[in-house]
Design a protein around this ligand. Sequence first.
Ligand SMILES: [Zn+2]
Ligand SMILES: [Zn+2]
Length: 241
Amino acid sequence: MPEISKGVYFIQGQDEFIPDSHIYIIGEPSSQDLSIVDTGLTGKGTYKIQSIKKMGIELSSIKRIIMTHTHFDHIGCLSEIKKQFPDIEVWVHKSEAELLEKGDERAVYGMDELKGMCQMQYGLKTGAFRFKVDYTPEDEETLEIGNMVWKVLHIPGHSMGGIALYNADAKILIPGDVVYADYAIGRFDLFGANARALKESLLKLSELDVDTLLPGHNRIVKGLPATYIKETAKMWAPYLT
Ligand SMILES: [Zn+2]
Ligand SMILES: [Zn+2]
């Protein structure tokens, strides 16, 4: 089921012992102005690009990568994808963009133990995650891209600069790792996480009219119950103080 709805395509993550984030391609192909949302785990660049080709999407119509946040499982293969698209832009919320541009990898790995493990597993050196950021989408900003309208919501808590993308026309929400199916939410113990902010972010998302939930991992949901995010926030509230 790669096409979720008009102008929204899904490529499932291929988890290893570290998860690989899903990615989404947004925009109507005829616009020649498509965006990739997140990239995925180190080593998964070829898989993601092959999957995009298989869907019949022209690589030349992809203009930017929008990161929901910069954790390793989402940004790991950014350099692999950038190699295939020399002119592609990278969009990241400013609070994580500042780190990324300095090569400060705390937001990528989240904690020293994970940094050591990921570097060893993938043969990565310190400084592998230094990128120029071309644009920093802000909270409440409206993006008119690919003949579609996406609202940006800053939803910190799982990470500092987490953003969601929301399409009101089709009631589609891409929340990164803030909320998943089955009443799950993102972890809040990594660098830059904040439990209270996560609660506020869940409440902010609960105001939206969402029919299709496209999270960073696990299953996607069509026909989301109207109170799903509110119930999820309520369930987790005792832990988010
Ligand atoms: Zn994450
Ligand atoms: Zn993730």
